[in-house]
Ligand binder design. Structure first.
Ligand code: RFL
Ligand code: PHB
Length: 393
């Protein structure tokens, strides 16, 4: 068995593992990243598109923001569409100067891979049977298999950055965990197509046929989503059927302006809210999707992974460089306080914008009242905008 020693063993090479690894690397704290798949597989996953200022700040701190600064699209607002009209939410004005950045998770991940290579960070891909061990003890270790051989990494801490289906959370005894969950009775069907976006800003649309979202990746690449049934199959949605349905759910002027073309990616994502508490068990920390999931309606998943990384990095930095455990001991509580606010916001946006199969006449009236309130009240818009650009760390 090959045996290696590091300070922090990071399980998972998604955005949270890569970002944490780079901040540690820059601070001179030794770390190794393990992932069960390879870089190409990770880059093939099309996911988030909207970055909060705090997430952009962490990319800068990681030294990986060069391309993002050039190619990322700064968005000063977005539209809420319902009842045949669009209502602009002016983030810049409502938050006194804040905005978001539209830059795909794929690109952010690619930049972090490049940075890790340049700075000599060690990552081991295509591993199997990863197991965090003895993390209730001060001498934890991680075992895994690579090319049929067994390996072991001895470390001080394990960062579980391995997503919702990862092993880190599952390695914790059930009695030590408290979980909270809501599964929504629909999914999102998303497509990527090389057509110019229907307008410069994102559109979140509530329609009696279901929710729709117009987003983008660049001035020539659009990312569109429509609410679909939980049991829909991607194969049963042709491009034509998708475009027809999307157009039906948008105000007429936008439906008419929409450019369509062949999609080159099409996938269905289920929607759920999930939180697992606490986010620390001895020397094992859970980070990002490994600890919590939000429905994508608030654009918060990747941004929450980034704020967790911020809190954990501060804790590890103080532990190694300042000889203090205080910040690390506060990790779970600090992270969860922010997580729950984003869980609330994502749940609220999802509830306000989707059609629920069980919705009664009363529920429908409340939803419409919520939308009208936002359209008519600047104070309501300010609260929406404050949450959308991201609450402070
Ligand atoms: P990830 O990205 O899932 O990465 C986890 C990594 O761990 C590896 N792994 C393992 N490695 C070793 N051993 C094991 N046993 C392992 N099990 C898993 C996996 O291979 C993977 O590489 O988690 P991370 O890093 O916490 O990042 C979270 C984000 O990916 C996620 O929150 C966002 O994509 C959510 N999300 C959005 N977030 C936003 O902030 N803004 C958005 O606009 C946004 N839009 C979205 C989204 C997610 C979506 N989907 C598909 C769920 C839109 C969609 C459609
Ligand atoms: C995206 O561009 O993929 C995207 C944008 C906003 C969201 C969710 C996803 O709320």
């Amino acid at each position: 068995m090959g045996s290696i020693r590091t300070q922090v063993c990071i399980i998972g090479s998604g955005p949270s593992g890569l970002l944490l690894g780079q901040l540690l690397q820059n601070a001179g704290i030794d770390n190794i990243i393990l992932d069960r798949v390879d870089e190409d597989y990770i880059l093939g996953r099309v996911r988030a598109g909207v970055l909060e200022t705090g997430t952009c700040g962490l990319m800068k701190q990681a030294g990986a923001d060069g391309r993002m600064k050039k190619e990322g699209l700064i968005h000063h607002g977005f539209d809420l569409a319902f009842g045949g009209n669009s209502h602009n939410i002016n983030l810049l004005k409502l938050t006194r100067g804040q905005s978001v950045m539209v830059y795909g998770q794929t690109e952010l991940t690619r930049d972090l891979f490049d940075k890790r290579r340049q700075t000599g960070g060690q990552s081991i891909y295509s591993v199997s049977a990863v197991e965090p061990r003895d993390f209730d003890n001060i001498k934890p270790f991680v075992t895994f298999k690579k090319d049929g051989q067994n390996h072991r990494i001895d470390c001080d801490f394990i960062a579980g950055c391995d997503g919702f289906h990862g092993v880190s959370r599952q390695a914790v005894p059930e009695s030590a965990l408290k979980t909270y969950e809501r599964v929504y009775p629909f999914g999102w069907l998303g497509v990527l197509a090389d057509v110019p976006p229907v307008q410069d800003e994102l559109i979140y649309a509530n329609h009696e046929r279901g929710f729709a979202l117009c987003s983008m990746r660049s001035p020539t690449r659009s990312r569109y989503y429509i609410q679909c049934n939980s049991d829909d199959k991607v194969e049963s949605w042709t491009d034509d059927a998708f475009w027809d349905e999307l157009r039906r759910r948008l105000p007429v002027h936008l439906a008419e302006a929409m450019k369509t073309g062949p999609s080159f990616e099409k996938s269905i994502a289920p929607l759920r809210s999930f939180v697992s508490e606490p986010m620390r068990f001895g020397s094992l920390f859970t980070v990002g999707d490994a600890a919590h999931i939000v429905p994508p309606t608030g654009a918060k998943g990747l941004n929450l992974a980034a704020s967790d990384v911020h809190y954990l990095f501060e804790g590890l930095r103080d532990y190694y460089l300042e000889n203090s455990k205080i910040t690390l001991d506060a990790y779970s509580e600090r992270a969860l306080m922010r997580v729950w606010k984003a869980v609330r916001f994502s749940w609220w946006m999802t509830t306000m914008l989707h059609r629920f199969p069980s919705s009664t006449g009363f529920d429908q009236k409340i939803q419409t009242a919520d939308l009208n309130y936002i359209a008519q009240s600047e104070l309501a818009q300010a609260s929406l905008a404050e949450n959308y650009v991201g609450l402070p760390y």
